[in-house]
Design a protein around this ligand. Sequence first.
Ligand SMILES: *Cc1c(COP(=O)(O)O)cnc(C)c1O
Length: 362
Amino acid sequence: MEKRIYNFSAGPAILPEEVLKEAQENLMALPGVGMSILEISHRSKTFDDIINQTKADIKKLLNISDDYAILFLQGGASLQFSMVPMNIMPPKNRADYINTGAWSKKAIKEAKRVGDVNVAASSEETVFNRIPKQEELKLDSDAAYVHFTSNNTIYGTQWQNEPEAGSLPLVCDASSDILCRKVDVSKYGIIYAGAQKNMGPSGVTMVIFRKDLLERSSDALPTMLNYNTHVEKDSMFNTPNTFGIYIIGLVAKWIVNMGGLDKMYEQNKQKAKLLYNFIDSSSGYYKGHAEKDSRSFMNVTFNLSTEELEKKLIAEALAAGFSGLKGHRSVGGLRASIYNAFPTKGVEDLVSFMKDFQQKNG
Ligand SMILES: *Cc1c(COP(=O)(O)O)cnc(C)c1O
């Protein structure tokens, strides 16, 4: 087999090797089925078992109550930017959005097509290097909901705790940190996440939807854009991304087997600490982009003193087997995405590489 290198890409991103191996072993024929997951009907008993087991594992991992539906939709997190306001902003037609980065801005842009958006707080002035404090939030008590982005993939910031939204439904884009730790789902109205960062391949979006919000959706909405359709048909109104759901199922099983989300969180914190501690101890040679109390343990963003040095490091790192370290074009610098599946050894190896680079180019 071709040797695997360290994949620090922000998404699509690394998946657990155990998951890839199991998918590979069973790709020609699922055990006891004699056909590939890529070939079977989404209406088959086999697929029914797969999607139900996937939902059961996610439900258990996040301790999700029966008040919520777990959906697997298409159109990416980007379609949720539209579906959320189209379905649950009326009849008030106003919502609070917290602007913590490029993805928040895209969500805001789509919500504005439906109604009034109150930007309750923003960290744009400082290139989104921090998460606003609760006291800074100027929430509109008459809003239909409060929307935030739990982890800002591009800037490397993450909410340590969700914002307090009082009695308003909290809506969260959790695309880049879903399943990285436990969250109290009962505090949320909707959590949505594109799978391709921390949970599976691209092409499937998980939506955890509190069912009492279904009554807000107008019958006038296009069928495919109405959450009622997908809840009633259990994500099978049209052909879902069967392979994507299968892989999410394997990832969920992998987390369950490893000991659940508390274990995952411990590991994630420890990996991120390795890298941040090194950055902080580099006498300013490497500079973290995010403020310390806003740091993400999924995406670690940092800079060197010049763009030339950054380019040099990225090129040498790639040659040494560390791929995907280039920062997003809007912030520049470097970004190491170290999602659930990223091995601790890979972070240790990156730290040694960066130490070495500093010694040679300091
Ligand atoms: C990647 C990402 C998106 C976009 O997801 P798509 O599935 O490509 O639409 C949205 N929000 C966040 C936080 C992301 O990281």
